[in-house]
Structures are given as C-alpha cells and as structure tokens.
Design a protein around this ligand. Sequence first.
Ligand SMILES: Cc1ncc(COP(=O)(O)O)c(C=O)c1O
Length: 421
Amino acid sequence: MARVGGTSAVGFGGAILVCVAFAYFISDRRWKKKKPIMKKTRGGVVDAIGNTPLIRINSLSDATNCQILAKCEFLNPGGSVKDRVALQIIQEALESGQLSPGGIITEGSAGSTAISIATVAPAFGCQCHVVIPDDAAIEKSQIIEALGATVERVRPVSITHKDHFVNIARRRASEANEFASKLRNSQLNGKDTYQINGHKSNGYDHSSLFPTDCKGGFFADQFENLANFRAHYEGTGPEIWEQTNGNLDAFVAAAGTGGTVAGISSFLQEKNPGIKCFLIDPPGSGLYNKVTRGVMYTKEEAEGRRLKNPFDTITEGIGINRITRNFAKAKLDGAFRGTDLEAVEMARFLLKNDGLFLGSSSAMNCVGAVRVAQALGPGHTIVTILCDSGMRHLSKFHNDKYLSQLGLMPKATGLEFLGIK
Ligand SMILES: Cc1ncc(COP(=O)(O)O)c(C=O)c1O
C-alpha cells in the first residue's frame, strides 16, 4: 500500500511539475509573442513621431463581425495625428529655404496642429505663433501657450473674411518677414533696435508679437500645403499597409484639412484599387454632399439657419465647407453622415467597453467604421484613425454639463444608437 501511495505521490508531484512547466512555456511564449521588437532608442522627439500601434477595437469588431482596426495617433509625442503633419511641413519648409533656421512658424488651427507645431518647432530651433478660433476648447490654447508658443484667440468668421483665423495667421507670417527684413536693414544702417520695435504695420504692433532677433516667418498653411497630404501618403498609409500585410477591405475617416483621408486613401488605392475608402462627415460640413452628389451644400448653411459658428457640430477639427488642395487629392468611394449624439455615445461606449478615452473626431471616425461595417457586411477588415485622446476635450465633449445644455447627454447601454441590438 505504501508503495502504491508512494507511486501516486510521485505521479501527482510529476503531474504538477509538468503543469507548471507547461504554464511557464505558454506564458513565456505569449509574452514573447506580445512583445514587439523595439528600436532601443529613437533620435529625439522627431524620431518618436509615427509608427503608431494599429489596434483591434474589440467591442466594435465583435458587434459587427468585422475586424475594426484603428491607428492610435493619440500616442504621438504631441498627442495627435497632427505631429506627422507638423514634422513634414517644417522639414520641407527648411529644406526649400522658405523657413529660415530660428524662424517663426505661424498657423491658423483649431488646436491639434498648433499643439503639434509648438511641440516639434523647438526641435528645429524654431518658434511658433498660433491663431485660434475662440470657440475651441480652452485647454487647447492653454497647452499651446504652455509649450512656449504665442496664441491669438479670435472670433470665428467665414474663411472669406480677412480676419478668419487662417487669414490672420497667413498675415502674421508676412509681417514677421517684413519685421525681420527691417531689423536686418536697421542693423546694416546702424539704427538701434528700440526704434525698430516701435515699428507698426497696418496698426499691428509687431514688438508685442515677434522677438527682437526675429528671423522671419513661415505660414504652415495646413489646409493648402501638400506636405500635409505627403505626411500621410508617405507615412500613415504605408504603415497601415504594412501592419495589415495588405489585408484590408476599407478605410474611413472624417476630414478637416483632408490631409489624412487624402494621403491614406491615395496610398491604399494605389496599392490595391479594391480597397474602398470612405468619408464620415459631421453636421454642418458640406463634404458629404460634395462626395455623394458633387455639390457642396449643407442645410445648416441655408440662410438664417446657421446655429453657431463655424460648423454646427460639437466635434472639433473635422468638417469643412470648401475643397482644400489636400482634400482634392482624396480617392473616395462614398461618404456617411455622423451626428453629434452618435459621436458622444460612441466615445462613452468605447470608454466603457474598451478603455479607450477618445476625442470627438476619433469617436466620429469609429461611428464611420461601424457604418462601413454595416454597409459591407460581416467578414471585412476596416481601418480608421484615433486622432487624439479625450484629454483635450474635458471642457466640452467630455463635460456632462456642457453636453446636457446641448441635449447631447449619452443614454445608450450598447450600440443601439447605430441600430445594433
Ligand atoms: C483632432 C483632429 N482630428 C481630425 C482632424 C482632421 O484631420 P485632417 O485635417 O487631416 O482632415 C483634425 C484636423 O485639424 C483634428 O484637429
């Protein structure tokens, strides 16, 4: 009996050992499988831009029986997809000589691009001046100032108005050039800088804006500068292609400047013309009608119906009523409309189910991904972009008081707001 007992004890001990070894083997393999091969160091902040993870959004994939994949652009050093654009614009401008080393980069931006330029500019020894509409979330201009850039908050007006934030930014670059050239001339003529600082042009006091060693200005012009398109055509698009091994059926994103959707759609469709590319358009934007009917029109634009400037939407950075040079290069197969409530509900749903804390345009892109999944049916792989995180949207998009004032408090328990039970 003792022998039998001894044998069973040995057998039991052996079984435990085998189990432990097997568990170790499995966990070791899983760990090895999970860990990507990382470059040990990157060459400064600039080298840390791009190569963002592509993640499967589990809740949306399971609900639609598609693979819904998203580029985590909020993980860029400056916190958004616009880091890529800022880097490309600055590099190209320095290479072409349009921007002098130490010069001031000016931009009219609702926030993200400005934050990215303010982040990247110091890495090139440059400065940043930003003109921002005063209805953008306050935390955006606080961040830009904290990054060392100068900020002008202005009333939102039509792009045709000379004081639209983009037009003011363009003007500031010329003024910086004018100021720098006067400084150079005064140094050549031996005049003192105090006199130069007192110089005024069109009533604007440059001394309060530009440094006394001003090296001139350069208008980044994210809407019309095709460096924006190239950032995505040469960067984000190829990354998506590699990360999916070319196995994707569709791409969808909203457009602000159009750089993201144009650069990525152009690259993917060159690689495989069968990949369908779509726009998701927020309220007040004319692009949906432009893509689906060839006419740029929104009901919010009809006379007397405009509720608020500029695009009648709670989402930030997306929606526009003109065709930019960047958007003109987009290769689109169709468009969907998304509502503000859908974006708010989506943001809350992803926070609850996936631990993703997203900004308004990212949430709208995910609404777009579900719309594409519903249109194509189960079994498809759809890629979208998570442009920035919810951290930049605490005063509006993630603020219950603000949302309830607009009647946008989320109520959904699942994805019923998109017709999924
Ligand atoms: C937060 C955010 N998401 C999305 C976009 C839209 O991207 P794109 O300008 O490439 O169309 C912007 C543009 O400014 C943005 O700021």
